[in-house]
Design a protein around this ligand. Structure first.
Ligand SMILES: CSC[C@H]1O[C@H](OP(=O)(O)O)[C@H](O)[C@@H]1O
Length: 342
């Protein structure tokens, strides 16, 4: 199930906060509505956020179609700034905005209508490329997935986290499509429950055997020999291979190392941030503690008791067996091996 529907003018966003029970689509006909959809995590997942931001710039450009050239360029810069403020960790957001800005700067001689059409087309290209690259990544990861693999994954890295097909779930899909008999344990992934609500939803629809487990069960599953490999996504990968991903990923990597279970990260090249030397520099989004305190509107923490909500953590490259990208697989990632992907 794809999370975005583009008709050339407006963007319909599948409201993922309402899944799996309700399939509700929100129409974004202004860039502000696009920004709010990202901030409220109606759409989430690094590549999906990047594509959504690109469409947000395109919708903003259409809104400014009647402006004079100079006003338009200043206005579209403001649109980009607004979208860049939505969420800090997933580099795909900034990669997409930088790509749109670069296109505008290198074509600033065009008149406004021509620029608007060019921006529209570029946003569509970002989305089309994402699907193609995810499928390539799936094929690149295939050799790492043995037949009958029992796979543990975290959060949601499927079609709902991308334009379609997925990153880590894309590798799992490729394995199933290749006839491998794979099964998945999906961490529920508190507090937003991407695993229970989204990954289980996607895999069940695709007839990929999936069992939901609580985040605290990962160690038990590995201790019982029930997991053959772990595969997760990423929101930003530093030049040395340190990977920022949903909170709880680092704990999985430590457990996997202790139990000798391979730990894979799957991410497109748009998630690699070569300007960031190590993961220590990655900004970790701190979201509202209400997202921890309340589940489905029901209070789980006593009034007056604070709760933390770091939305991501960073897994050191030493704990990562291999990073799977659309350009190839980096085993034992470090600054040197990662540099060869450039
Ligand atoms: C395919 S990347 C998905 C990536 O994004 C998720 O974060 P969020 O749901 O907060 O956007 C999580 O880190 C996934 O691994």
């Amino acid at each position: 199930m794809q999370p975005l529907r583009w008709n050339g003018r407006t963007l319909d966003v599948l409201d993922q906060t309402k899944l799996p029970e309700h399939e509700i689509w929100d129409t974004c006909d202004t860039y502000e509505l696009v920004a709010e959809a990202i901030e409220k995590m109606k759409v989430r997942g690094a590549p999906a956020i990047g594509a959504t931001a690109a469409y947000g710039v395109a919708i903003g450009a259409q809104q400014g179609r009647e402006l004079e050239k100079g006003e338009f360029l200043a206005y579209i810069d403001g649109v980009c700034e607004r979208l860049a403020k939505t969420r800090p960790t997933a580099v795909n957001l900034f990669w997409a905005i930088k790509r749109m800005r670069g296109l505008i700067e290198s074509n600033s001689d065009l008149d406004v209508p021509a620029l608007v059409d060019l921006i529209n087309r570029e946003a569509e290209l970002v989305a089309e490329e994402d699907v193609r690259l995810n499928k390539t990544m799936g094929q690149n990861g295939l050799p790492l997935i043995p037949d009958n693999a029992r796979i543990l994954t975290h959060c949601n890295t499927g079609s709902l986290a991308t334009v379609d097909y997925g990153t880590a779930l894309g590798v799992i899909r490729a394995a199933q499509e290749a006839g491998k008999n794979v099964s998945v344990y999906a961490d529920e992934t508190r507090p937003y429950l991407q695993g229970a609500r989204l990954t289980a939803f996607e895999l069940h629809r695709d007839n990929i055997p999936v069992t939901v487990v609580t985040d605290s069960m990962a160690g038990y599953l590995m201790q019982q020999g029930m997991v053959d490999l772990v595969i997760v996504g990423a929101d930003r990968i530093a030049a040395n291979g340190d990977a920022a991903n949903k909170i709880g990923t680092y704990s999985l990597a430590v457990l996997a190392k202790h139990h000798g279970v391979p730990f894979y990260v799957a991410a497109p090249m748009s998630t690699l941030d070569y300007e960031m030397e190590t993961g220590a520099e990655i900004e970790i989004e701190q979201r509202s503690s209400d997202e921890v305190v309340f589940i489905g509107g029901q209070r789980m923490v006593p009034e007056g008791v604070p709760a933390l909500h770091p939305a991501f953590d960073v897994t050191p490259h030493e704990l990562i067996t291999a990073i799977i990208t659309d350009k190839g697989v980096v085993k034992h990632p470090n600054t040197d091996t990662m540099s060869r992907l450039k």
